[in-house]
Design a protein around this ligand. Structure first.
Ligand SMILES: C[S@@+](CC[C@H](N)C(=O)[O-])C[C@H]1O[C@@H](n2cnc3c(N)ncnc32)[C@H](O)[C@@H]1O
Length: 403
């Protein structure tokens, strides 16, 4: 395992109420926390590992003042670009501050105090990275901002807890094994090389796809779930795997028609704008490519599923050994229950969207004891993209609200 990048945010910074961004010496965004994602959504999506300049260009029309305070230190590798500054200068200027206003798409104008702190390389005296903090001094839609931040942090903490036990319990359950096999099988068609696993979680579909020789991009919003995915992926497949921590609702860094296959296994149900994510998934799939999606049906009920899972664990004689894990899975599922979400995109609606978007060979099959369904098909090679997205946006169902 390579050493952890020292610029990655610690867990406490990740959950901090202050928006934080870490940048490396090449001025690329290495990491940012939940608070920054909430404040700068959707501008910030896709900004990881891109230059901070690109992000600033996106934010230009939304800011007054310097969103990044001018940095008085040299970045490592750039020393030669800054003649006249001695190594000593940089050692005494490790902090810079500024004030700015940012107009968030969701929360209106925010007053921010920005602080930049250098990570100095003690040997060279230049900075190998910089961390930016934005203290939120005021927000136009103050209550909404803090409530959203609170909700997002709780949500990630639930996934963090679920991640501990996910792979100890789910892979034992027959209905989960079946649906994984179905997603992997859907991609076993000629000319499917690259597959986008959206909401990849701990990687149970991803790893099987890798074993079948696919090149997989595994995307998920949960840092904890992806951590599990990274750890369990056999080293032999490392070169065929790209892991992206990001919201699936904004896939702006991928061009249209990029992937041969897209897989979404029970991830839309947890998204604020699942319709938007579906339209992005369709956009990045190439004509002739395969999409496979499993999501809850309209009559989804959590309790019978949990009852059956517990009965199965007992029958197998593993319940007592897994009691603590089972309790964690139970609690997480109740917190994440798709039936209580306001924004929903049911399997039937997905099938209908895909049909209207011109998908061919569309098939659907129940999963999770009839509570969910898998829908799969092929993107048409005729150019119906703009028509398809138009139809998606005009749809009369609630899906329109979260496109
Ligand atoms: C029930 S898990 C499924 C994981 C995996 N597909 C599997 O079948 O094991 C749902 C996953 O969706 C992810 N997720 C939820 N909202 C997301 C979003 N907006 N963008 C990306 N991933 C998201 C969660 O973090 C979680 O890992």
């Amino acid at each position: 395992m390579p050493d952890r990048n020292p610029l990655l945010l610690s867990r406490s910074s990740y959950y901090a109420p202050v928006p934080i961004l870490a940048m490396d010496a090449e001025q690329s965004t290495v990491d940012f926390n939940i608070a920054l994602r909430v404040l700068m959504d959707p501008d910030i999506e896709g900004a990881r590992f891109q230059t901070v300049d690109l992000l600033m260009a996106k934010l230009r029309d939304r800011t007054e003042g310097d969103i990044l305070p001018p940095l008085p230190w040299r970045l490592r590798g750039r020393a030669a670009d800054a003649p006249g500054k001695s190594e000593r200068d940089t050692k005494h200027s490790q902090i810079a501050t500024g004030r700015c206003r940012y107009r968030s798409e969701r929360f209106g104008w925010t007053d921010l105090r920005s602080t930049a702190v250098a990570f100095l390389d003690p040997a060279a005296g230049s900075a190998f990275g910089t961390t930016f903090y934005w203290e939120v001094l005021g927000v136009e839609r103050n209550k909404e901002y803090w409530e959203t931040l609170d909700w997002e942090r709780r949500r990630q903490l639930i996934w963090e807890s679920y991640a501990i036990s996910y792979d100890r319990v789910l892979p034992i359950l027959p209905f989960y094994q079946d649906v994984i096999a179905r997603h992997v099988e859907a991609m076993r068609v000629p000319n499917i090389e690259s597959v986008f696993d959206l909401g990849a979680g701990t990687g149970n579909v991803t790893v099987e796809l890798l074993k079948n020789g696919h090149l997989v991009t595994a995307l998920d919003l949960s840092r904890a779930m992806l951590e599990k995915l990274r750890h369990k992926t056999p080293e032999a497949y490392a070169d065929n795997l790209t892991v992206v921590e990001q919201n699936a609702e904004e896939l702006t860094q991928w061009d249209d028609n990029t992937f041969d296959g897209v897989s979404v296994l029970l991830a839309f149900y947890d998204m604020a704008r699942p319709g938007r994510a579906l339209s992005e998934a369709i956009r990045v799939l190439r004509p002739g490519g395969t999409i496979v999606i499993t999501e809850p049906k309209r009559r989804f009920r959590l309790e019978p599923l949990l009852d059956e899972a517990e009965r199965f664990l007992r029958e197998k004689g593993v319940y007592d050994k897994l009691k603590a894990d089972w309790d964690r899975v139970n609690v997480a599922n109740k917190e994440l229950d798709p039936a209580v979400r306001e924004e929903r995109l049911y399997a039937k609606e997905i099938e209908q969207y895909l049909r209207e978007a011109g998908f061919e060979n569309l098939r659907a099959k129940d999963s999770h004891l009839g509570n969910c369904a898998t829908v799969w098909g092929t993107k048409s090679c005729r150019n119906r993209k703009s028509w398809a997205i138009g139809r998606l946006q005009r749809t009369s169902t609630r899906a329109r609200d979260f496109l």
